[in-house]
Design a protein. Sequence first.
Lengths: 362, 362, 362
Amino acid sequence: MAYLCTMKISAGQLAALVSGTLEGDPEILLERPSKIEEAVPGSVCFLANPKYEHYLYDSKASLVIVQDDFVPRSTDHPALLRVPNVYQTVSQLLGMFEEGPGNEPEIHASAVIHRGAKLGKGLSIGACTVVEEGAEIGENCRIGPQVYLGKNVKLGHSVTIHPGVRIYRDCVIGDRVILHANCVIGSDGFGFAPLEDGSFKKIAQIGNVVIESDVEIGANTCIDRGTMGSTLIGQGSKLDNLIQIAHNVQVGSHTAIAAQVGIAGSARIGSRCMIGGQVGIAGHLTIADRSVIQAQSGIASTIEEEGKKWYGSPAMDYFTFLRVYNEFKKLPQIAKKLREMEADWQEYSKNHKEDESNHHQK
Amino acid sequence: MAYLCTMKISAGQLAALVSGTLEGDPEILLERPSKIEEAVPGSVCFLANPKYEHYLYDSKASLVIVQDDFVPRSTDHPALLRVPNVYQTVSQLLGMFEEGPGNEPEIHASAVIHRGAKLGKGLSIGACTVVEEGAEIGENCRIGPQVYLGKNVKLGHSVTIHPGVRIYRDCVIGDRVILHANCVIGSDGFGFAPLEDGSFKKIAQIGNVVIESDVEIGANTCIDRGTMGSTLIGQGSKLDNLIQIAHNVQVGSHTAIAAQVGIAGSARIGSRCMIGGQVGIAGHLTIADRSVIQAQSGIASTIEEEGKKWYGSPAMDYFTFLRVYNEFKKLPQIAKKLREMEADWQEYSKNHKEDESNHHQK
Amino acid sequence: MAYLCTMKISAGQLAALVSGTLEGDPEILLERPSKIEEAVPGSVCFLANPKYEHYLYDSKASLVIVQDDFVPRSTDHPALLRVPNVYQTVSQLLGMFEEGPGNEPEIHASAVIHRGAKLGKGLSIGACTVVEEGAEIGENCRIGPQVYLGKNVKLGHSVTIHPGVRIYRDCVIGDRVILHANCVIGSDGFGFAPLEDGSFKKIAQIGNVVIESDVEIGANTCIDRGTMGSTLIGQGSKLDNLIQIAHNVQVGSHTAIAAQVGIAGSARIGSRCMIGGQVGIAGHLTIADRSVIQAQSGIASTIEEEGKKWYGSPAMDYFTFLRVYNEFKKLPQIAKKLREMEADWQEYSKNHKEDESNHHQK
């Protein structure tokens, strides 16, 4: 059993909802979306990549969604639903089968909510969640169990907070933001003044974190508060799991950041960037809009040109890196060739000098 | 005080339990396992690596476990226990001294358990733990405080869950699995459809995570649910701390993954692989069984051959990498040599042409 | 609104407190520290880096702190406060504006505290926090909500623990330590004995973690307990977020470790080291005092010389790495030059041999 879902829909209803063309019985009942290689009767699947076409001809799926110009190699296949954009339709379909919270808005009796907090309408707040003084929660937020909202934290409306999220005091979260389990928003920035005796003095971190609307933050990701002013995650940006965002970083809008990326203090990341997993970005630099950074790369200096692709640690232009890496792999042969040429040359020079001296002696 | 332990055992009892040969007084009382360099009277230590043999001769340990063919350089040493496999014996010994939970099975009064959850016998459930509707917990599970088990989560028997673990709805956990503090199982996969205006639309993640029996998952590790179908961790695999496993990844059985590794979506990792710390593995590729991947490597393409060792980012054959890196370190000398040869060559060509033209003019 | 703060101070009072020289009205009221580019009336800012001097001349700040020998290019600027060390004064200033916990010492009614735990005076313990048997908490500790302190955990005095921290049994925390949200102290080390059938047997982890005084540990950082003996974080060391410290690691005093670093089992890190983000350090090696390791580097062998700087994966001397990387970027040109020289050489050798044979035939 992969997941439970009580939703059912007929092939005809689905075709109407997604404006597709059905080749098959409109009464077929669809119970679950499945991957085509794992389909069982009742499954609705999709086929977009021709590489997987062979799965079609012995699939047990009840319906397969395909591109509208798809030409099957054989007639022995499940019912088809032709659509103009398979991925978009699948995204729609998954949304239909997603189960909502399934609970009435409810504030659990074990939640500990300060009487000085302001709560909007239609909220649900889970068991053992703690809301401190001065916090303000907008309408229709769904706050899971075991969450911590510090003093004066402000949430917009329709925010979803999964269990175990911690938001330190004074942080501000926009509308429709989704925060996954155990992420930490507003922890102290890593700021210490070195003293003469070699020890460190903590610098108070009195800023906050501002997360704009429609942002999603992954599980166990950390976003530190500004030392002064705010650490900012711009509108619609998506952060995966286990990411480190240091104090006073600014991330633009609609930027996607994959898991385990680390961004050091006061870096400014543009909008619509794509940052691959495990990338590291140094502090106090700027990344231009629409930059694409390959996984595991290290960005050590400002990127001014927009829309370019980067790779390596320290990173360089993506295509340059591919050429460099291609020679890098051959370094032992390059070094060998060089040694051979050097030996040839020395041999030659020696002989030639003898030759020349013979020649001159004639 | 390093740790507290009330267990005591005599050297004679220990020798009998591990089938070893004792050279010393069987009445010696052993109170704690220690590292040989930190031993105090009452300590039982081990010596396997000859590099540390010098510690033996002034150790205050009451007993030292050694390989059965060990020949001491001096007779001035603590009692010895000779065994055929030191590491195996130490593992046994540590198990003897490990303290159990020490509590009677108990469901704490502050735990919030939905009346629609099914609980096996002999359970303990800690304070402030939340169990949602439809969850099923097998016999003899030990669930710590402040844990979250979402709707329809299924646990086998004898599962150990440390404080602060979050398991999202519909995930399935096998028998004897150990989950360390604050790990997150079943968070949403990082799936977004880019829209024409450059913003992202969330793709519903309706799959789950399946963790097979005898798996151990480290602290703060994240395993995302499948978009459709399951993210799978195979039987007996061991995952360290702070690891990212993306949606629809499949990990085989008895694979060991060190801390801070990231595996991108839909990658398939074989069985009995060893993956070093901070390795990154790209999405949609396959890693053959028994692959060994060196720490910090990046795997960007499928590995088909079984049992090979890999290194570098992007990774190459381990021994090739060592040769490549050996030349890489010498790149400044290689470049210098090349420049010198070029200069010599130009000098020579110039002279030689003059020489030749002189020659022809004769 | 970046943050809330009810503190106000006059420019004259501030000048007296930090022993600075005021150029302006001592009655000016200061309400918040701000970055100079974000200042509003009531802001006190600082200017240390000449690069940002242009912000001074149209800043709305009420007061700007500058170095005592600063010479403005224009007279049109806010009031100035001259001090001998700007950064030190700012650190002092931020401390003044930092808000304290604001609560009376209080043990929340929903905290679950074993009657066998010992509590010092002046404690605050937050809602839903769990304290197990045998735990000892020193005076004036501030323990947030939803924290877990396992059996026999010992805290010194004035320790600050943020929400969601988990400390496993037997760990020892020194005075004035700060632990950020969701960090995990004392989880099991990653220790397994491979069995003949290819499966793993868990090795009991019976050690603990010892954190000395004045240490700060970041959000979601994990420190595993020793297998035997202790994992140790030395006095005054500072660890950022999402760091992995494996079993039996020893970190010296006053060492700073940036986010996402991973240190493998039994490594010994010196004192006053600086370790950049995402660095990986292999197990069972030693890092000398005052080593500086550049971000994303990989340390694969012992560093014996103190106070050196390292870079690369595997790392080399910092300046060597810069030279190597400089040639690495040019590898395609190096390879091309080598191919050209080889072609020239072959061409030459061929001609020359013909030439010589012609010559001899004369």
